[in-house]
Design a protein around this ligand. Structure first.
Ligand SMILES: *Cc1c(COP(=O)(O)O)cnc(C)c1O
Length: 402
């Protein structure tokens, strides 16, 4: 294998294309796909040495695979982290990132507005295992300060939040967390590695659902955890290797190639998302539009200090109607859309529309949704790569029809 030269002098967009390349003896241009679960040893003594940890070779795909390594190394290079470990899904990344360091009696402080499955994991499993979980309103610094006045083991949040686009002040929360002895883990799915760099703002670890922008074309699932060498190659690696939420080589290969185009895709999608947010704002039938880079966003200044793009997701509330009427109104608009696909993924090249209250935030219940400002009339758009004028036309006709 011929390794690439040191990438440290290059910028993230270059690292997205050149990171993690390990050419085989065939000198292939595109990265090889090592579709193998096992490896062979030259001599019995080599197997013995490998199991004793004295020989550094691939042993079994649950432990490692060259294609998975290439994906990890490329994402690590983009993020500028010391280490990266891949997982089968974003949820397994979140679970391992926390479960590998928390023990019974520990405190976890998290923002209330989270991806639905994250809340389920915390409430259904961590709570049962004796881990104290305290939720705060992520955009309210006083609540973080109060919750972190007592010792805690970990802090977990998304910023911007899904789907209400609240911004968590990464630098300040990291200060409170570190004073409380907590490790800060950020779900950076919405902002992407291109739009926001939590590790440079004081976070200790970042997780991704690679299913979203890293694939970007709706094909495979995957996840990743990035952070210090000690954390990733310590508890994280141990847990994934023993428990098995391993990223498949095929998925790793798709994601590795996805990373090459992620920077351009995500910037183009974010430019369209901002244009759509501005287009929707003030339109008849639209009560409010939530997008981090809109001047009307209550935390617009903080958003611009943390993010280089506003993200690819636009959230809006329909005007007037409440309860069942609001849901019916939202469904009417969504069913009238022709270009936006009805689905619950995000970050895809194809634009997607989702009704949070009846899909990924169904389990929150009306009170849980009200607590984060989400209603039955809230609609989430994941803006894709279609011509933005066609997307605007589609939204205009759907709002008019409804
Ligand atoms: C999708 C998503 C996840 C979970 O990722 P999966 O790949 O679906 O397991 C976690 N956090 C956020 C913000 C997400 O959008």
């Amino acid at each position: 294998m011929t390794d690439e030269p040191d990438l440290s002098k290059y910028r993230p967009d270059t690292r997205a294309i050149r990171g993690g390349i390990q050419r085989s003896q065939h000198h292939e241009m595109s990265e090889g796909l090592f579709m193998t679960q096992g490896y062979v040893y030259d001599r019995a003594a080599d197997a013995e040495a490998a199991f004793a940890g004295e020989l550094d070779v691939y042993m079994y795909a649950r432990y490692g695979n060259p294609t998975v390594t290439a994906f990890q190394e490329r994402l690590r290079a983009i993020e500028g982290a010391e280490a990266c470990f891949a997982t089968a899904t974003g949820m397994s990344a979140i679970f391992v990132a926390l479960a590998s360091i928390l023990v019974s009696g520990d405190r976890l402080v998290a923002s209330r507005a989270l991806f639905g499955s994250s809340i389920q994991v915390f409430n259904l499993y961590f709570a049962k295992w004796g881990i104290e979980v305290e939720f705060v309103d992520g955009h309210v610094l006083d609540q973080w300060e109060a919750a972190l006045a007592r010792p805690a083991k970990a802090v977990f949040f998304e910023t911007p939040t899904n789907p209400m686009q609240d911004i968590v002040d990464v630098r300040r929360v990291a200060e409170f967390a570190h004073a409380a002895g907590a490790m800060v883990i950020v779900d950076n799915v919405f902002a992407t590695p291109i739009g926001q760099r939590p590790l440079e703002m004081g976070a200790d670890a970042v997780i991704y659902s690679a299913t979203k922008h890293i694939d970007g074309q709706g094909r495979v699932m995957g996840g990743a955890i990035l952070g210090s060498d000690e954390y990733i190659n310590g508890p994280v690696k141990m847990m994934v290797r023993q428990m098995g939420p391993t990223l498949s080589p095929f998925n790793a290969w798709v994601l590795l190639k996805g990373l090459e185009t992620m920077p351009v895709r995500v910037r183009a999608q974010a430019a369209s998302a901002l244009a759509i947010a501005q287009f929707l704002e003030g339109r008849a039938g639209v009560a409010r539009v939530l997008y981090p880079f809109l001047d009307s966003h209550p935390q617009a200044k903080l958003a611009r200090s943390q993010m280089s793009i506003g993200g690819t997701v636009v959230t809006f509330d329909l005007a007037a109607a409440k309860g069942a009427d609001a849901k019916a109104a939202a469904f009417k608009v969504m069913d009238a859309l022709r270009l936006f696909e009805l689905s619950n993924n995000l970050g895809d090249a194809k634009s997607i529309v989702t009704h949070p209250a009846t899909t990924f935030h169904r389990s929150l219940g009306p009170d849980g949704r009200a607590a984060i400002g989400e209603s039955e009339g809230t609609i989430r758009l994941s803006v894709g790569l279609e011509d933005v004028e066609d997307l605007k036309d589609d939204l205009a006709q759907a709002l008019n029809a409804a």
